[in-house]
Design a protein around this ligand. Structure first.
Ligand code: NAD
Length: 485
């Protein structure tokens, strides 16, 4: 075991969980043992909630301009330790070092956004009748929780940590039990940045701790990112306990390729979108709809895919179960009559025989009823569906229950605009394979890719992490009294 057992982080200290149950943390890169993670219980959560409750009055009463000073310092610490954090991210998640570096750079961008919050949350004030003023201000909620998935061990936690905390809340983070190491390092950096004890806490674990979070009476709001199946469970349970909740789920993102698309650029974008982070991105292209004759572009996509080599510029998938699941999708499509143009099954990386790799896979002549056309595969696989018209393509995109992202590749502006307004997805790209909005634009899908109001990052997150106080004031007697005041 390369690292010491993972601990919880409560009241500014790394502490052992009261529960003695643990899980192994295994590196998907080569199968070596990294650590163990505690499966905490409701007692552990209680300790964290109490610490957060205790810290809340002092933290929330600081002016936001003072609170964000912690995040100016956190940003420079992320920059200082970028390589170390990225290496940890690669070890526990399996993505390439270049992808991990990009992930930490995104954490820096998210932190920069949080430092701009004082500029964004100034309230409104109006003299509503003579001598009487109404004003609004954003008040923090109290103790909030953030539950995160395995695929971005550092970035997804940072979708919520800087904004929620800068806005005055105290947080309990529940990392993915598959990748708990980056979160521990983030806690240490927040402490070094000067965040007071108890403002940020980590409780490791799995289902039991998620359920305890949804049920805890002192937790005001829950944000969740993960699969749709669990997003639904968490959203329902948290809101049935009268909490504010936002739950981001899975995805099946469609790229629509028109015959006038620029061939090389399109092929590079499609290949990068389906294979980046080994396809384990909720923004990954999973289905491509070729409208009309796009054979030449598909040939180029295959050529690009063949340049993507497991263990070199393609990372591992998270574990053996994921590898088996992805490969079974490919085999089933083949059995049902689809054509495997580039086959990533049985990928092996020399010297990393216990790593869990799937090579890039291009499947052509997929029909909309096949599972590879409908379900989230979460691997480096693109399913190509052929249609004759743009409207047929839109119909297929609209029929999928998710709605995270969609893109079109074309040089025709009018057609791009038409598809943009008809796609049923929260994030849309024109000639962009991974249309992740950069800060300050907010991140969030539609349909079964997100439950709850608003988005999880950017300006939209301000509404989620705060409540409005509306005050009416009158100091001068000449204001008199009328029916409104
Ligand atoms: P997951 O749903 O299995 O796990 C997410 C979190 O929920 C983890 O912390 C896990 O411990 C917990 N959990 C798992 N099963 C649970 C249960 N039955 N009850 C309560 N809690 C449970 O997701 P994952 O496999 O870690 O991540 C991959 C998924 O996340 C994909 O579907 C991907 O699309 C999605 N994702 C979505 C977004 C987005 O922005 N929409 C971003 C990243 C990942």
């Amino acid at each position: 075991m390369k690292y010491n057992p993972v601990q919880n982080f409560i009241n500014g200290q790394f502490v052992n969980a009261k529960s003695k149950n643990t899980l192994a943390v295994i590196s998907p890169v080569d199968g070596h043992s990294l650590s163990t993670v505690p499966l905490s219980n409701a007692d552990d959560l209680n300790d964290a909630v109490q610490a957060a409750q205790k810290a809340f009055p002092a933290w929330s009463s600081l002016p936001i301009k003072e609170r964000v000073q912690v995040f100016f310092r956190f940003k420079t610490l992320l920059e200082r330790d970028l390589q170390e954090l990225a290496a940890l991210c690669t070890e526990e998640n399996g993505k390439t070092m270049a992808e991990s570096i990009a992930e930490i750079e995104k954490c820096i961008e998210l932190t920069e956004f949080a430092t701009s919050l004082p500029q964004l949350i100034s309230g409104e004030i109006l003299e509503v009748s003579k001598g009487v003023e109404c004003r609004t201000e954003h008040a923090p909620l109290g103790v909030v929780a953030s539950i995160v998935p395995f695929n971005f061990p550092a970035m997804v936690p940072n979708w919520t940590i800087p904004n929620a905390i800068a806005l005055g809340n105290c947080m309990i983070l529940k990392p993915s039990e598959k990748v708990p190491l980056c979160c521990g390092k983030i806690a240490a950096l927040l402490k070094e940045a000067g965040l007071p004890d108890g403002v940020f806490n980590i409780v490791n674990g799995d289902v039991e701790i998620v359920e305890a979070i949804c049920d805890h009476p002192k937790i005001e709001a829950v944000s969740f990112v993960g699969s749709t199946k669990v997003a639904k469970i968490v959203y329902k349970r948290a809101t049935s306990n009268y909490k504010r909740a936002i739950a981001l789920g899975g995805a099946k993102n469609h790229l629509m390729v028109l015959p006038d698309a620029i061939p090389d650029m399109t092929a590079q974008n499609v290949a990068a979108s389906m294979s980046g982070c080994a396809g384990q991105r909720c923004m990954a292209a999973s289905a491509m709809i070729g409208v009309g004759n796009v054979d030449a572009i598909i040939d180029k996509i295959c050529n690009e895919a063949r340049k993507i080599i497991p263990g070199e510029n393609l990372g591992a998938v998270i574990n053996k179960e994921a590898k088996e699941r992805i490969e079974s999708y490919i085999s089933e499509a083949e059995e049902k009559g689809a054509k495997i143009l580039v086959d990533g099954r049985n990928a092996k990386v020399k010297g990393k025989e216990n790593g869990t790799y799937v090579g890039p896979t291009v499947i052509d002549f997929v029909t909309p009823d096949m599972r590879v056309a409908k379900e989230e595969i979460f691997g480096p696989v693109i399913s190509i569906i052929r249609t004759n018209t743009v409207d047929e393509a839109i119909k297929i995109e609209n029929a999928n229950p998710y709605g995270n992202a969609a893109s079109v590749f074309t040089q025709n502006g009018g057609m791009a605009r038409y598809i943009m307004s008809h796609a049923s997805a929260g994030m849309f790209g024109v000639n962009v394979g991974v249309p992740v909005p950069r800060e300050p634009f907010s991140f969030g899908g539609w349909n079964e890719s997100k439950f709850g109001v608003g988005d999880i990052t950017g300006k939209s997150s301000i509404e989620f992490w705060t409540k409005l106080k509306k005050s009416t004031t009158k100091w001068n007697p000449e204001a008199g009294i009328n029916w409104m005041s």
